[in-house]
Design a protein around this ligand. Structure first.
Ligand code: ADP
Ligand code: ZN
Length: 303
């Protein structure tokens, strides 16, 4: 079994792991995301130490916050591109890792990575078209479509779709620096905290915040279902740790679709259709491992 080094590169923290698959985690470390030189340097240091113990890595997988350039033919392939995160715009992430580790490197969004891991080992096994959505510090979506991770022009930005915003019911203006009241601006963890003056994790389960949250998320799922016809939707991230959100979200998604998408998955079996990650909160780091494995087995990045 090939030993893979995985980096789940988040805007707040990095998680690095060495593993051959989901049941064989050899080592893991997490540290805050500071400057690119320091943070990537720490990842390199960790993998070097692990190589002394376990032998050389055969591949590296990077599942990163974005926006990023996942197109191998592009001159900026492997870069974090236009992020507002200080110091991280136009950073050659893959290049930096490649210098230290001359092995195949897989590189994609954190959410595409998580989607791939869920397809290999989690809640999307056997499917070929599905979505992985995270609702955390931001909102992002990865997708597999007809058996391939979806990239397109750059990569999807599912967190930045527009919503119907009833200003009387919800006077909160939203906090996306680009769009104000887009989905991420209205429904990511920090927006919940700002709107209600209490952090999302501390709001009680019967607080009206969750009904509103489910409404915004259901509007988004309606759009994604209509556009991609996913066979399943996996919802991860810190905010989805609130279990009461799932039944609310399922019901509201059915209400918004109003019977139009005639499939038992939505009409009667929605509890198996909108689901938490099969890999729980391991989906992110296992996504990086899965991307590394994929880089080993394919010349391009598709499964
Ligand atoms: P990240 O998006 O940085 O990778 P998370 O997915 O854990 O990390 O998301 C962090 C966000 O999720 C924070 O805004 C936090 O308020 C919110 N959050 C974390 N845990 C919970 C919880 N149990 N319930 C509701 N919100 C939570
Ligand atoms: Zn936005």
């Amino acid at each position: 079994m090939a030993l893979i080094g995985g980096i789940e590169a988040g805007g707040t923290k990095f998680v690095c792991a060495v593993s051959t698959g989901p049941d064989d985690l050899r080592a893991e470390v997490r540290f805050p995301t500071t400057t690119p030189a320091e943070t990537i340097g720490r990842a390199v240091q960790f993998f070097r130490a692990q190589e002394e113990r376990w032998g050389p890595l055969t591949a590296v997988g990077i599942a990163a916050f974005g926006p990023l350039d996942p197109e191998p033919a592009s001159p900026t392939y492997g870069f974090i591109t236009t992020t507002p995160k200080p110091g991280w715009a136009n950073v050659d992430f893959v290049g930096g890792m490649q210098q230290a580790f001359p092995v195949p490197i897989g590189f994609d969004t954190d959410v595409n990575g998580a989607a791939l891991a869920e397809w290999r080992w989690g809640a999307a096994q056997g499917l070929d078209t599905f979505i992985y959505l995270t609702v955390g510090t931001g909102i992002g979506g990865g997708a597999m479509v007809n058996g391939r991770l979806l990239h397109g022009l750059i990569h999807p930005e599912m967190g930045h779709i527009g919503l119907a915003h009833d200003w009387l019911k919800d006077p909160y203006a939203g906090r996306c620096p680009y769009h104000g009241d887009c989905l991420e601006g209205m429904a990511a963890g920090p927006a919940i905290g700002e709107r209600w003056g209490v952090s999302a994790a501390e709001l009680p389960p019967d607080h009206p915040a969750w009904e509103l949250e489910a409404d915004y998320l259901a509007q988004a799922l309606r759009a994604f279902i209509c556009i991609l016809s996913p066979q399943r939707i996996i919802m991860g991230g810190g905010v989805m740790e609130q279990p009461q959100l799932f039944p609310l979200l399922r019901h509201k998604t059915q209400t918004y679709l109003n019977g139009y998408v005639q499939h038992p998955a939505i009409l009667t079996e929605i509890a198996q259709y909108i689901v938490p990650p099969g890999l729980g909160n391991r989906a992110g780091v296992l996504g990086a491992i899965a991307l590394g494995q994929q880089a080993l087995t394919t010349v391009n990045r598709e499964p």
